[in-house]
Design a protein around this ligand. Structure first.
Ligand SMILES: NC(=O)c1ccc[n+]([C@@H]2O[C@H](COP(=O)([O-])OP(=O)(O)OC[C@H]3O[C@@H](n4cnc5c(N)ncnc54)[C@H](O)[C@@H]3O)[C@@H](O)[C@H]2O)c1
Length: 343
């Protein structure tokens, strides 16, 4: 099988992660890097691939089969549309775009041009997602009553050297919570109502830093979620799973799914089950369910190649990516300062 020819547009933090994943796959071949930064030019040189400062310059000379758009969120729209117009399939990082109007433009263009858009919600590729859905729909778990989750950590000051990360389109709601919303929609079902308190009083950025969220799912389950990039805690996905080599593994569980008969700590699965009657007079036994060690970014690129070859359809298409964006924008719209929030 000949490898699928890919380009990466935006060779920053996550662009490098895509490159690392791609290098492990025989079915993918990097042919070009687009990024005006000097370090991107150096990477292209060391990888032996073409380098371009702008996507238009690349498309005038080489047209890959697939383009990975990993530029800052505010700059997802233009390269995604250019790549689609040139006939490429696109893997665009999350959030799909900074606004719903931009997400619509991507969805419409993909439809007109008849090309696929895959949105980079990489967590969906973990086996633990499938295992968790199975547990939650089991009779031992019972009916899903609620979920309590947390993504709390303190981002380092260097992280904010890139000015775009201080904008409200790139605060923890649109950068981090969007992963949690995609995860919750995938495991618990669609969200019908969302509300929150949004505070930005820790750092002097345009973006928020701490958010308390309430959720109501279409199936009747309720949820609460605490989000913050200003507190140094072990309770967040990255520290729980160790998926980012720069963030130390804790193995802690930031999620609890609550059923009428049992409950589940997640993502290091601990299934609390009742042997007899499921009420507070009966002891719950805890089963720890080991998980595979796996790289979701590798699985994501492998899936993107299959999408390009027409063997699979996108696991997270533009419509799906837009739904998570819509919920996050609703939360973001709740931003007030604490004086306005007084009752
Ligand atoms: N899936 C994930 O887990 C994950 C993790 C981190 C970031 N992201 C997403 O990826 C995107 C990028 O985030 P990052 O942290 O890698 O950013 P970054 O600032 O580290 O890198 C962005 C890169 O894009 C380049 N760039 C800017 N404008 C460009 C243009 N017009 N054409 C080509 N290159 C351009 C910059 O020079 C830079 O190298 C964001 O949308 C973010 O939400 C996803």
């Amino acid at each position: 099988m000949t490898a699928v020819k890919l380009a990466i547009v935006g060779m920053g933090m996550i662009g490098k992660r895509h490159l690392q994943a791609m290098k492990t796959l025989r079915e993918a071949e990097l042919i070009a890097i687009v990024d005006p930064a000097e370090q991107a030019k150096d990477i292209a040189l060391s990888e032996g691939v073409r380098w371009f400062a702008k996507i238009e310059e690349m498309l005038a000379e080489v047209v890959p089969e697939g383009v990975i758009v990993s530029t800052p969120t505010e700059i997802h729209l233009a390269p995604t549309l250019s790549a689609l117009e040139a006939g490429c399939h696109v893997l665009v990082e999350k959030p799909i775009a900074a606004t719903l109007e931009e997400a619509d433009k991507i969805q419409e263009k993909a439809k007109i041009i008849d090309r696929f858009v895959l949105v980079g919600h990489h967590r969906r590729y973990y086996e633990v997602m499938k295992n968790t859905k199975e547990i939650i729909s089991s009779s031992v778990f019972g009916k899903l009553i609620g979920v309590n989750g947390q993504w709390t950590t303190r981002k380092d000051e260097k992280y904010f050297n890139a000015p775009w990360r201080k904008q409200s389109s790139s605060g923890p709601i649109l950068i981090n919570m969007i992963h949690e919303i995609d995860l919750l929609r995938n495991i618990c079902g669609e969200i019908s109502h969302v509300s929150g308190f949004v505070s930005g009083e820790f750092r002097e950025h345009a973006k928020e830093d701490t958010v308390a969220i309430t959720l109501w799912f279409e199936n009747g389950a309720l949820g609460t979620f605490l989000l913050s990039d200003a507190t140094n805690s072990p309770w967040n996905w990255e520290h729980a799973t160790g998926e980012n080599a720069d963030l130390p593994f804790t193995g802690q569980n930031p999620y609890k799914f609550l059923g009428s008969k049992g409950c589940l700590e997640f993502p290091n699965l601990k299934f609390w089950k009742s042997n007899g009657l499921a009420d507070w007079k009966n002891k719950l036994e805890c089963e720890e369910i080991p998980q595979l060690s796996e790289d979701p970014y590798v699985k994501q690129i492998a899936h993107f190649c299959k999408v390009i070859l027409g063997l699979e359809v996108p696991l997270i298409d533009a419509y799906d990516g837009k739904k998570s964006l819509e919920i996050c924008l609703k939360i973001l719209a709740e931003r007030k300062n604490s004086k306005e929030a007084n009752i």
